[in-house]
Design a protein around this ligand. Structure first.
Ligand SMILES: NC(=O)c1ccc[n+]([C@@H]2O[C@H](COP(=O)([O-])OP(=O)(O)OC[C@H]3O[C@@H](n4cnc5c(N)ncnc54)[C@H](OP(=O)(O)O)[C@@H]3O)[C@@H](O)[C@H]2O)c1
Length: 305
């Protein structure tokens, strides 16, 4: 007796095959979705990826046709604002996307839209108050998605970590810095909790999907704490602690901008109201899983950060 083919649960288009995009694509292909992922640059068409690659590089004039996307039911955009602060996907594709039979659209945003809260808590009801130019652009792009007429949920993300984007390589190569700034905390999420939150939300009935969802773990804390735990897992020494005030002058503008904002991001909507259980409630479980996966040499889609 032959078994019937598994019926795909939908056709997913992932705009931007980077770190989070490929991890989500892999999980959804595994779950039975037909998956298409966009790329810029060259791709090996013989690669045995469980998704179809499609060129999307509006700056180079490469934009999919209506026929390329015709059956798309689910869409995730991972593409950040461009240098002009515009959303490259909406700029190039909005009319086409409105013609698709879309049941769900996910947009990956950032918790930077909340701005600096001097260590205070924010949730999705907190007013956005971005202080950095890139966060103002992000908020404008998020609002453009939410007012696009598409069934959009925006997922606000803090720092993403996971296999290939962990503190271990820096510690092993001696390039990590142990910087302390009194009162400063950072929030983070494991990439597989982004995948889990997206999968959880798209499976909810449309009327039960809030427009804004923070995806952050339960444990905002100083980066010195997480680096200390990573060193403990590796059994290696920590670099000497440096006071932020004494090293700030040697930091680049991007690094400085991260230290300029201090907030704790609440995940109550995702984890209580929507009933999602974090796979990695803190860096302690998350780093252990990263190290195991890195040591196993499992393929990790996307570039290391
Ligand atoms: N990394 C973090 O800690 C963090 C934290 C909060 C929010 N986020 C946001 O969350 C999203 C996903 O993060 P990620 O780390 O998975 O990002 P990522 O690895 O950088 O992936 C972004 C993808 O978007 C594509 N892309 C960028 N600009 C494009 C353009 N103008 N046209 C077409 N494609 C374009 C990139 O293509 P190429 O590979 O060709 O560059 C890449 O495939 C991003 O929007 C990011 O800004 C990230």
């Amino acid at each position: 007796m032959t078994s019937a083919p598994v019926k795909p649960r939908g056709e997913l288009l992932v705009l931007g095959g980077g770190y989070g995009g490929l991890r989500f694509a892999a999980a959804m292909a595994e779950a039975g979705f037909g998956v298409t992922v966009t790329h810029r640059g060259q791709r090996d068409s013989a690669a045995a990826d469980p998704w179809r690659w499609l060129a999307f590089d509006p700056d180079a004039g490469l934009v999919p046709s209506a026929g390329d996307l015709a059956s798309t039911t689910h869409l995730l955009s991972t593409i950040p604002p461009d240098r002009q602060g515009q959303d490259p996907a909406l700029e190039a594709l909005a009319p086409l996307l409105r013609q698709l039979p879309l049941d769900w659209v996910g947009y990956l945003s950032t918790t930077g839209v909340y701005g600096d809260r001097q260590g205070g808590w924010v949730d999705e009801t907190s007013e956005a108050a971005p202080s950095l130019e890139r966060s103002r652009a992000r908020l404008a792009c998020e609002q453009a998605w939410l007012s696009s007429g598409l069934p959009v949920q925006s997922f606000r993300l803090p720092a993403i970590y996971g296999p290939g984007r962990s503190p271990f390589a820096g510690l092993q190569q001696g390039t990590s810095r142990l910087v302390h700034k009194p009162g400063q905390v950072f929030c983070r999420t494991h990439v597989d909790d982004i995948v889990g939150a997206l999968s959880h939300c798209l499976a909810l009935p449309a009327q039960a999907r809030p427009q804004l969802v923070n995806v952050s773990d339960d444990c905002p804390c100083p980066s010195s704490e997480t680096l200390g735990f990573a060193a403990h897992l590796l059994g290696c020494k920590l670099p000497p602690v440096q006071a932020f005030a004494s090293v700030a002058a040697s930091m680049g503008p991007m690094a400085l901008s991260f230290w300029a904002e201090n907030r704790r991001v609440r995940n109550r909507r995702l984890c209580q109201d929507l009933g999602y259980s974090l796979r990695y409630p803190s860096y302690r479980e998350g780093f252990g899983a990263c190290l195991a996966e890195e040591r196993a040499g499992a393929p990790t889609p996307g570039p290391a950060g």
